[in-house]
Write a protein that binds this ligand. Structure first.
Ligand code: ADE
Length: 228
């Protein structure tokens, strides 16, 4: 999978993409992530990426020309399944969305900034708009990092233990059951006996019941969503 991220703040993406599972997935050749500085696609000496909005509102708007140049250059090199724009008014990222993006070959993610992009970018260049939640960030970089993280960890082979991504919270619209490790007792707080029993059928039943009980209690909306 190839992910191209277009941003005015490439430094913001270095750390989230340079560690742990995301770094390993890149070293293993499972995913190729390239970050492009939008200012490299400007044509003035001040490397201007934004301008005042028509109509006289407050704030700045990302200009269309550098974005068009950057996306056109990328599209001349390979074809893309989606050109994504990060925006608080996009479709909400969830596990299903992350899973479906992980099956794609090549995607572009354009990070929004300021008051947003010239709307013609959204009308003509963008194929999908994604929000990571109902709150406004200072820029789309952290949203892009969240999207990439959630997508890359479900790319087959990214997580060492293949089964582990499948038992994540949200994979079946259920919260994951609690997990424990040694010691079996700490400060008098004991790990549930069933987990120490060695009876895998019982353990699996207990985990299913816990997942259901926690979901009903903490996120009943997920159970309704599963029925949709
Ligand atoms: N840019 C600013 N806020 C955002 C959000 N909540 N999701 C995606 N991109 C954003």
């Amino acid at each position: 999978m190839r992910i191209d991220i277009i941003t005015v703040l490439p430094e913001l993406l270095e750390s989230p993409l340079g560690h742990s599972i995301i770094k390993r997935a890149q070293s293993k050749g499972l995913v190729d992530i390239a970050v492009h500085n939008l200012r490299d696609y400007t044509d003035d000496s001040r490397r201007t990426v934004d301008d005042y909005p028509f109509g006289g509102e407050a704030g700045m708007v990302m200009k269309i020309e550098p974005i068009w140049r950057c996306i056109s250059k990328l599209q001349s090199e390979r074809s893309y399944d989606e050109v994504i724009y990060t925006s608080p008014d996009g479709e909400r990222l969830d596990q299903r969305c992350a899973n479906s993006l992980s099956l794609l070959g090549n995607i572009i993610i354009l990070c929004g900034h300021y008051k947003g992009v010239d709307h013609r970018v959204r009308e003509h260049l963008i194929t999908r708009e994604i929000s990571i939640g109902d709150y406004v960030l200072t820029g789309g970089e952290l949203a892009a990092a969240v999207i990439v993280d959630s997508v890359v960890r479900v790319v087959p082979g990214a997580i060492g233990d293949e089964a582990s991504a499948l038992t994540d919270t949200f994979q079946d619209d259920l919260l994951a059951p609690p997990v424990y490790t040694r010691p079996a007792e700490f400060n008098g707080w004991r790990v549930p006996d069933v987990l120490l029993s060695g009876n895998f059928k019982e353990i699996s039943l207990w985990q299913e019941r816990q997942a259901m009980e926690r979901t009903e209690r903490l996120r009943p909306d997920l159970l309704k969503k599963g029925l949709e």
